[in-house]
Design a protein. Structure first.
Length: 420
């Protein structure tokens, strides 16, 4: 790639937000370069896991239900465009999503109302129907449920790689490079994309966290010394955002360690109870636990959605803790007794990059007219990649305004999770 070329847009980060942003900008005719330190769908990225739910239910938050509706349409369009993927699993698995609700359950009641208002297809299941359809579940205090039959599971790592492949086929340039932090001034060390720090390269040398005298950024530098010039810059770095912009975002986006377990299912006839034909992906909101059926014979996936400890995506070892395994096994013993003593076939550690309340961050940098901050997926962001990409493209073209809930000004240092 020519180092003196000026792109219309440089997108830093090839996770789901960055990949869709680059792809959709290119479809609109922009000259785009996409940059990532470790590659699309790499195992350090929040987008790098095997599977992610795509659900429409969001309690009272219609904004995310509508974004999920739009995203599902765009995911389907992309997968239809790609066509058959040979021996690879389908990139969307139509498992359905099942919500397990208690007798008095304000969040699930609000979800029902939102699904109705947004015209999402659903079924409300009483306890007897849950028992009939899903005998492998020990319901305990669960008294009813909501089934979203058209929702399901995205094969995350493969899906991100598919978006990037389509972007490159359309003409997006790609660099496997680590970006130097534009916020630093000559100090050496790690930044958010793998990544040392140096004097920030924007045109007049002002620090990116200054709130006055809005200017423009002309270029960013890579660790190898390459300089990338662009008219607009999108930083969609996931858990590396607070490392790329520590002065601005270091206390606003909190990165947490999230641990995922896959359990081997029994052989024979019993195994079918845990496959996607007989078991939907499910959410037990009251206990903040979710499960995904045995897809591609990888095992039954279970994770606790509560925020874990602070985590560094560059230096943190991706080894699960014994305490987490104990907690997950205790939950399985209550909810799915058949798997209580199942062997662990695989574990993963990823990370959430959490804003103060779980709303996304999609806004202009306060000191630079042409620098956009896109992140704060907060554990629920993957499904929304297409609609986030559309929104960012519209912001850059001037066809949209910043959504107040995604604005930097609404992000606080004290964390009180409200969006799940």
């Amino acid at each position: 790639m020519a180092t003196n070329k000026t792109f219309d847009v440089a997108v830093v980060g090839a996770g789901v937000f960055g990949a869709w942003t680059a792809y959709l900008l290119k479809r609109e005719g922009a000259e785009v370069v996409l940059v990532d330190a470790h590659g699309p769908g790499n195992n350090r990225a929040s987008s790098g896991g095997e599977s992610r739910m795509i659900r429409m239910g969001y309690g009272p938050d219609q904004i995310y239900t509508r974004m999920a509706q739009r995203s599902l349409r765009l995911w389907h369009e992309l997968f239809d465009q790609i066509g058959p993927t040979g021996i690879s699993p389908r990139l969307f698995q139509p498992t359905g999503i099942l919500w397990l609700a208690r007798e008095n359950d304000p969040y699930c009641e609000a979800t029902l109302e939102t699904l109705e208002q947004c015209r999402v297809r659903y079924e409300k299941l009483d306890r007897a129907e849950l028992v009939r359809r899903y005998p492998q579940l020990e319901l305990g205090p669960v008294s009813w449920g909501i089934l979203e039959p058209n929702s399901g599971v995205l094969m995350a790592r493969l899906a991100v790689q598919a978006v990037v492949a389509e972007a490159l086929a359309a003409g997006v340039a790609y660099l496997d490079e680590a970006i130097l932090s534009p916020e630093s001034k000559g100090k050496k060390g790690k930044s958010g994309t793998g990544k040392g720090k140096r004097e920030q390269p924007c045109e007049d040398g002002r620090e990116l966290n200054r709130q006055s005298a809005i200017g423009n950024c002309q270029s960013v530098k890579t660790v190898s010394g390459r300089e990338i010039f662009a008219k607009q810059f999108v930083f969609a770095c996931g858990p590396w955002l607070p490392k790329v912009f520590p002065a601005l975002l270091g206390q606003i986006i909190h990165v947490t360690k999230q641990e995922v377990f896959f359990f081997g299912v029994p052989s024979g006839e019993v195994s079918s109870q845990f496959g996607p034909e007989r078991m939907p992906a499910w959410i037990d909101f009251s206990d903040l636990v979710y499960g995904i059926p045995n897809l591609d014979n990888r095992g039954f996936k279970v994770a606790i959605d509560a925020h874990g400890p602070q985590f560094d995506p560059d230096t943190g070892d991706r080894i699960v803790s014994p305490a987490s395994l104990t907690a997950v096994r205790a939950y399985l013993a209550r909810r799915m007794p058949v798997l209580a003593k199942a062997v662990v076939t695989e574990t993963r550690v990823c990370q959430y990059e959490n804003t103060s309340n779980g709303d996304f961050l999609i806004d202009r940098h306060p000191a630079f007219e042409n620098v956009w901050l896109v992140g704060g997926g907060s554990g629920h962001g993957f499904k929304h990649g297409p609609s986030v990409g559309e929104h960012v493209a519209a912001l850059i073209s001037g066809d949209a305004k910043v959504e107040p809930r995604f604005a930097l000004a609404t992000k606080e240092k004290a964390h009180q999770r409200k969006v799940y």
